[in-house]
Design a binder for this molecule. Structure first.
Ligand SMILES: *[C@@H]1O[C@H](CO)[C@@H](O)[C@H](O)[C@H]1NC(C)=O
Ligand SMILES: *[C@@H]1O[C@H](CO)[C@@H](O)[C@H](O)[C@H]1NC(C)=O
Ligand SMILES: *[C@@H]1O[C@H](CO)[C@@H](O)[C@H](O)[C@H]1NC(C)=O
Ligand SMILES: *[C@@H]1O[C@H](CO)[C@@H](O)[C@H](O)[C@H]1NC(C)=O
Ligand SMILES: *[C@@H]1O[C@H](CO)[C@@H](O)[C@H](O)[C@H]1NC(C)=O
Ligand SMILES: *[C@@H]1O[C@H](CO)[C@@H](O)[C@H](O)[C@H]1NC(C)=O
Ligand SMILES: *[C@@H]1O[C@H](CO)[C@@H](O)[C@H](O)[C@H]1NC(C)=O
Length: 498
C-alpha cells in the first residue's frame, strides 16, 4: 500500500491528460472565489468605478447616492468560435447582499453581465443602467452597436422612465437593453441585511440561459425562484466577452456586496456533444467523456484539421486545468510539470506529432471510434512514461518512432529502458512497467486488440492482470475496418471486459 498514493496520482494525471486530449467539453475557465482579498491563480477580479474590497467581499457600491462599481474577471471568456461554429456553456454561481440599511426608498441593483470587452464606463454617471451604462448611452444606437451585452439583472427599483420596469424588485434577462426581455418579481427584502445566492447557467446545446435565485416567503423562509430564456448568444455577443458584475445607486441608494463567486465555462473551439463536466473530477463516467465524437462527414483532410485543433487547443489549456484541479502539488511530486511542458511541446511538432496520435485504421478509413480514442490515449501514456514525442526524427534510426522502439524493448523484456531518463530511475518499477505495457496495449495496431478504458483503469490500479502482447509490433492489414464512427456505449472495446 506504500505506493497507493503515487499510483493514484499517475492514474489521475493520465485521466486528466486523456480528457484534455479528447474530452469534447474541456473546461476553459474555472475559478472559485470565496475570499476576494486573495487572488487565485494570478487571475484577479478587476474592480472599477466605486467598487472596493471590504474584508473578504467586494463592495460594488457603498450605500451612497450616485455611485457605480464593477467586478469583472481578468480573463475574457471565449464564448463562441466562428471556425468551429461552437458555443461555450457556462455556469456562474454567486452570493450577494443588497441592503438599504433600513431605508424604505432605495436603488438600483446588481447585474451579472457578459459584454464586449473593455465596456466603457457609464457616462454621465447615473443609476439607470446598473453600473454598466448610463441613461444617455442607453439611447444611443451607435453606442449599443459597438458595446453589446447580455445580462441578468437583480433590479430593486422600478424605473418607469422609458417604461423600463413594469414591477418593483425583479430579476430580468436583458439583451443589449435595460428593458428586460423577460422578467419575474423577486421576493427580496432589501430593508434587511440578507444574503441571496444565484446560479446562472447557459447550456449551449439547448441555448437555454437559466437563472435560479433566492427569494423569501412572507414568513421569511427562503424559497428558490427561477427564470429562463432560450437565446442564441452568437447573435448578441462577440466571440470573446468580458464578464462579471455591475451595480449602481442613483438619487437614492443601497449597499451592493458580492460575497462569493464561482464560475466554469467549457471551451467552444472543440466538439461539443455532452454537457459540461468538470475535467478530471469524475472518472466514474468515462462513457460520455471518452468519446471524441469526431463527426466525419467528409475528407481525411477534415479529420486531420479537426484533430490538430483539438490537440493544439487542449495543450494550450492543459497547465491551467491541471492547476485548477489542484494538481500543483502532485505535479511537483512527480516532476510532472515538465511532462506537461512536454505534452505542450507536442503542439509545435505540427504534422508528425499530430499524425502520431492517430490510429492506423483511422488514417486509412478516416473514421474515428472509441478504439481510435484508446489508441491516442496509449500514445499519450507512452509519451508521459517515456518522456518523448511520438516521432523524433533526430533520434537513432530504431528509436525514431516511439511505438516501434518501445514495442521492441517489450519484446526484449527490457521495458524499463523506455522510462523517461529525466526521472532518474525515481519511480516504482512495477508501476512504470505496467504503465508502459498499458500504453502499448492501447496503441495496438489492431483495434480489436485494444482494451476499454475501464479495463485500463483496472489494470493500472493493479486490479487486473496485464495482457500478453506479441513480442514484435504486429503489422496490420486493413481487411476489416470498424464499420461506423462509433459513439455508442456498446462498442467492441467494451466487450473486452466480459
Ligand atoms: C468553492 O469553495 C468553497 C469553499 O472552499 C466550497 O465549499 C465549494 O464547494 C467550492 N465550489 C466549487 C464549485 O468548487
Ligand atoms: C465614487 O467615484 C466617484 C468618481 O471617482 C467619486 O467622485 C466618488 O467620491 C466615489 N464615491 C465614493 C463613496 O467613494
Ligand atoms: C450584513 O450581514 C453580514 C453577515 O451575514 C455581516 O458580515 C455584515 O457586516 C452585515 N452588514 C451590515 C452593513 O450590517
Ligand atoms: C431551461 O432550463 C430551466 C432550468 O433547468 C428549465 O426549467 C427550463 O424548462 C428550460 N427551458 C427550456 C426551453 O428548455
Ligand atoms: C420555477 O418558478 C416557478 C414559479 O415561477 C415554480 O412554480 C417552479 O417550481 C420553479 N421551479 C424550480 C425548479 O424551482
Ligand atoms: C445562432 O446565430 C448564429 C449567428 O446568427 C447563426 O449562425 C447560428 O446558426 C444560430 N444557431 C442556431 C442554433 O440557431
Ligand atoms: C453551481 O451550482 C450548481 C448547483 O448548486 C452546482 O451543481 C455547480 O457545480 C456549481 N458550479 C460552479 C462553477 O460553482
Amino acid at each position: 500500500m506504500v505506493f497507493q498514493a503515487p499510483k493514484l496520482r499517475i492514474i489521475y494525471l493520465l485521466i486528466s491528460i486523456f480528457l484534455l486530449l479528447i474530452n469534447p467539453c474541456a473546461t476553459q475557465i474555472f475559478f472559485n472565489y470565496t475570499d476576494f482579498s486573495q487572488t487565485i491563480n494570478n487571475k484577479p477580479i478587476i474592480r472599477t468605478g466605486n467598487a472596493t474590497i471590504s474584508g473578504s467581499v467586494i463592495q460594488l457600491t457603498p450605500d451612497e447616492v450616485d455611485n457605480w462599481g464593477r467586478a469583472t474577471y481578468s480573463e475574457q471568456m471565449h464564448l463562441w468560435d466562428e471556425k468551429s461554429e461552437k458555443v461555450a456553456s457556462f455556469t456562474s454561481n454567486f452570493s450577494f447582499i443588497i441592503y438599504s440599511q433600513g431605508k424604505y426608498r432605495y436603488s438600483d441593483g446588481i447585474m451579472f453581465f457578459l459584454s464586449t470587452p473593455n465596456f466603457p464606463a457609464p457616462k454621465p454617471t447615473d443609476g439607470a443602467g446598473l453600473g454598466l451604462l448610463s441613461r444617455r448611452q442607453m439611447g444611443q444606437p451607435s453606442f449599443l452597436a459597438a458595446n453589446k451585452f447580455v445580462a441578468v439583472e437583480f433590479d430593486t427599483f422600478r424605473n418607469e422612465e422609458f417604461d423600463l420596469d413594469s414591477v418593483g424588485e425583479h430579476v430580468g434577462i436583458n439583451i443589449n437593453n435595460m428593458k428586460s426581455e423577460i422578467s419575474t418579481p423577486w421576493y427580496c427584502t432589501i430593508t434587511e441585511n440578507r444574503t441571496y445566492s444565484a446560479s446562472i447557467n447557459y447550456d449551449s446545446s439547448t441555448q437555454n440561459l437559466s437563472v435560479t435565485f433566492t427569494g423569501f416567503n412572507y414568513d421569511n423562509t427562503p424559497i428558490q425562484q427561477n427564470l429562463s430564456l432560450v437565446i442564441n448568444l452568437t447573435d448578441h455577443l462577440p466571440e470573446s466577452v468580458e464578464f462579471g458584475f455591475s451595480a449602481s445607486t442613483g438619487l437614492i441608494s443601497e449597499l451592493h456586496i458580492l460575497s462569493t463567486w464561482s464560475f466554469e465555462s467549457t471551451s467552444p473551439s472543440t466538439i461539443q456533444r455532452s454537457p459540461a463536466a468538470p475535467v478530471g473530477k469524475n472518472k466514474d463516467e468515462p462513457k460520455t467523456k471518452l468519446v471524441v465524437g469526431l463527426s466525419l462527414a467528409s475528407a481525411l483532410q477534415y479529420l486531420h484539421e479537426e484533430w490538430e485543433q483539438c490537440v493544439l487547443h487542449r495543450d494550450i489549456k492543459s497547465s491551467n486545468i491541471l492547476l485548477d484541479s489542484n494538481l500543483n502539488a502532485k505535479l511537483g511530486d512527480f516532476g510532472l510539470a515538465r511532462l506537461v511542458d512536454h505534452v505542450k511541446g507536442s503542439q509545435t511538432s505540427a504534422l508528425a506529432g499530430t499524425w502520431g496520435y492517430l490510429a492506423p485504421e483511422c488514417i486509412m478509413s478516416g473514421r474515428a471510434s472509441k478504439e481510435t480514442d484508446v489508441y491516442s490515449f496509449g500514445i499519450v501514456v507512452l509519451e508521459i512514461a517515456c518522456g518523448r514525442k511520438p516521432a523524433e526524427p533526430d533520434a537513432k534510426q530504431d528509436e525514431i518512432i516511439m511505438l516501434e522502439w518501445v514495442w521492441e524493448l517489450y519484446g526484449a523484456r527490457n521495458l524499463l529502458k523506455a522510462a523517461d531518463p529525466r526521472l532518474g530511475g525515481d519511480f516504482d518499477e512495477p508501476q512504470m512497467e505496467r504503465l508502459i505495457a498499458v500504453g502499448l496495449w492501447c496503441a495496438h495496431p489492431d483495434y480489436n486488440a485494444r482494451p476499454s478504458i475501464r479495463k485500463v483503469i483496472h489494470v493500472l490500479d493493479f486490479e487486473d492482470t496485464l495482457p500478453i502482447l506479441e513480442p514484435k509490433l504486429p503489422v496490420t492489414t486493413f481487411l476489416s475496418l470498424p464499420s461506423t464512427a462509433s459513439t455508442s456505449s456498446t462498442s467492441k472495446s467494451e466487450n473486452h471486459d466480459a
